[in-house]
Write a protein that binds this ligand. Structure first.
Ligand SMILES: [Zn+2]
Length: 445
């Protein structure tokens, strides 16, 4: 069994080599826990997001989409509790200047006391007493940098949905129960980020807030819990690596009545990548209080008035993409040679088909180009005529491309091509004019 670091190291290295993920600002030495998606990574993540959007918005009559701005009125964060409560107790080492969470298990003794020992430089008595540190990124709006101009980069997308609840309700003519879905960036000044793109300071969320009658909360909570697990399983992941984790009383956020994480068994352990939360009427009540605007819902059939309860499904787009990459990573031996292959669900694969002329002569490149030009109008295809056919297959295996199309000597005679399956390595011979239909059928789902 390879060690956890080993597997993650190999994935990080492949991600860079093939162009999935790069460290941000690498030529300047890198920026801590911020990552950039390369040519293959941007396609993979986009496929994850589009699949989510299709299932949450397009395939449902009761959910509307939204794209709220990152910058919001500072009062939003007072109402949400983020200014008062979104803090971590931290300690600093006066000797080596490192900063730690107060509950860092590596710290021996009580920070602030002479017996406390710094886990990095090993000095005793150099750790400060814990101080609260807000995780929101602060910036200034307008021409002057003063307290009155302070605004924040949003630490979650959810608040953009709550403050637009009335706008969406009225403009879409939805009735409760209904939901609002959003994909967007959020920012948290995490103190202990890490594990590649698992915990980052800039990240993208895929969130849906479902507004229900207070008495119907349990029913909808169960519904969304089941729906989200089904969607996650539909990504083609190993089901034995997926599980629910219910938050115990002491894990629950202050606003939550019940919460389940969907966890994946990463090489570094079971970790959350999506949560389903019953947020009760906390959010809308707080915004009602702080804005002075009525956010009650009036049921026209019964004349009931109430502040809706909210069932939230909150997934990390980066984390889900990381789960997909970790789960797809395979090493195997084929005919005595090591092969690394990313076994992506075909619907998520960044490139669907790669086209290879067997050799660069005898009419093969011309035919291969024609086939490629036809194919790319239907799906994301890639043309490669560099190096031996074996090397070209290996590169596409690492990119996770499900199908390799080879144009050989026979192709120029009878207009057929070979289609190599990434996983089984079996090759079918298919008529060139049937190729699009053949691949489209296989890519379904
Ligand atoms: Zn130190």
């Amino acid at each position: 069994m390879p060690s956890a670091d080993n597997v993650m190291d190999k994935l990080v290295s492949l991600a860079k080599r093939r162009g999935f993920v790069f460290q941000s600002s690498e030529i300047y030495g890198g920026l801590g826990s911020v990552w950039d998606y390369g040519p293959l990574g941007v396609e993979l993540k986009k496929n994850v997001k589009e699949r989510w959007w299709r299932s949450m918005v397009h395939e449902r009559d009761d959910i509307e989409g939204l794209d709220a701005a990152i910058l919001m009125h500072p009062k939003v964060w007072e109402a949400s509790g983020h200014i008062a409560g979104f803090t971590d107790p931290l300690v600093d080492c006066k000797q080596c200047k490192n900063r730690f969470r107060a509950d860092d298990p590596r710290i021996k003794g009580t920070p602030g006391q002479p017996d406390a020992q710094c886990p990095v430089c090993g000095m005793k008595g150099t750790l400060t007493a814990p101080r609260l540190f807000n995780l929101m990124f602060k910036t200034f709006m307008g021409p002057v940098e003063e307290d009155a101009a302070v605004i924040y980069l949003r630490p979650e997308t959810a608040q953009g949905i709550y403050i637009n609840y009335l706008n969406v309700l009225q403009s879409s003519r939805q009735k409760i129960p209904f939901g609002i879905a959003q994909i967007g960036k959020a920012f948290r000044n995490e103190i202990t980020p890490g594990n590649f793109t698992f915990r980052t300071r800039e990240f993208e969320q895929m969130e849906m807030q479902f507004f229900v009658k207070p008495a119907a909360d349990q029913e909808w909570f169960e519904f969304w819990k089941a729906q989200r697990m089904e969607w996650v399983q539909g990504l083609g992941l190993h089901v034995e690596k997926l599980r629910f984790h219910q938050h115990a009383k002491d894990e629950l956020a202050h606003y939550a009545k019940d919460a389940y994480d969907i966890q994946y068994e990463f090489p570094f352990g079971w970790q959350e990548f999506e949560g389903i939360h019953n947020r009760t009427d906390f959010d809308l009540s707080r915004h009602q209080q702080h804005s002075g605007k009525k956010l009650e819902y009036v049921d026209t059939a019964t004349n009931e008035r109430f502040v809706p309860y909210i069932i939230e499904t909150s997934a990390g787009a980066d984390r889900t993409t990381l789960v997909v990459m970790v789960d797809a990573y395979h090493e195997e031996e084929v005919a005595g040679e090591k092969r690394v292959v990313m076994r992506f669900h075909p619907a998520l694969a960044p490139i669907k088909a790669a086209v290879f002329p067997l050799v660069n002569k005898d009419g093969m490149p011309e035919l291969a180009r024609r086939i490629y030009d036809d194919l790319r109008r239907h799906l994301n295809a890639f043309y490669d005529d560099g190096g031996s056919i074996g090397r070209r297959y290996r590169r596409q295996d690492e990119a996770g491309t499900p199908f390799g199309i080879t144009i050989d000597g026979q192709s120029t005679q009878d207009q057929t091509v070979t289609v190599r399956d990434r996983d089984t390595l079996l090759q079918d011979r298919v008529a060139a004019d049937r190729l699009v239909a053949h691949l489209t059928e296989k890519l379904k789902g």
